[in-house]
Design a binder for this molecule. Structure first.
Ligand SMILES: [Cu+2]
Length: 200
């Protein structure tokens, strides 16, 4: 998604023969996750931005290797198609449990086969495997393309955010969401550090 935005900007600046100045601001900071191994795989996103955001044509990827889903957490803009290639040496059966934003069951399929799912509804979809109880991952679909996922240190950056007042929110598979009201201004960076604790 972000790649798409950048290449479009690049193409436009080529056409215009000038450096295109991207409007919008940046949100960045650190999310501290308490009671878990590290602060990785926390999604930071703006709850709602006015407008309708078309999903990217490019598919997102949830791979399966050595009985592990890669990545463990995949944030997508609602409507995005996610490919589930079986890059493993054994058969898998990707499905989501009742209560998921997207309920589906891809059935058991062979090594080398790729199946796809459109994550059209906003929310959390846990991924399980009928063959391997230990396999688990998450696809989280959000309303707009202004989201990021943290690294081990909890650092994140969301770029090119239209100016405005928003609610910035976090998602973590085991922790309670944290939110903060923020204001984004053109050409500036707003620093937002958040702390997440265990769900009660
Ligand atoms: Cu499996």
């Amino acid at each position: 998604m972000k790649k798409g935005v950048f290449s479009l900007a690049g193409a436009l600046s080529l056409i215009l023969g000038t450096n295109l100045v991207m409007a919008g601001g940046t949100i960045s900071g650190i999310v501290s996750c308490k009671g878990v191994k590290d602060s990785k795989d926390t999604i930071v996103y703006i709850e709602k931005v006015d407008g309708k955001f078309d999903p990217p044509e490019a598919h997102a990827l949830m791979d399966q290797q050595s009985l592990v889903y890669i990545p463990h957490v995949l944030p997508v803009l609602a409507g995005t198609t996610v490919d589930f290639p079986n890059s493993d040496t054994v058969r898998h059966n990707v499905f989501s449990p009742p209560g998921s934003a997207k309920i589906f069951d891809l059935g058991t399929y062979d090594v080398g086969v790729t199946k796809s799912v459109v994550f059209d509804a906003i929310g959390e979809t846990p991924l399980l495997c009928n063959v391997h109880a230990e396999m688990e991952a998450y696809v989280v679909s959000v309303q707009n393309p202004y989201f990021a996922i943290t690294d081990k240190t909890g650092a994140y950056t969301i770029k090119d955010v239209p100016p405005g007042k928003y609610t910035l929110t976090t998602w973590h598979e085991k922790l309670r969401s944290a939110s903060q009201e923020i204001e984004v201004k053109d050409g500036t960076t707003v620093t937002v550090n958040l702390e997440m604790k265990k769900r009660k």
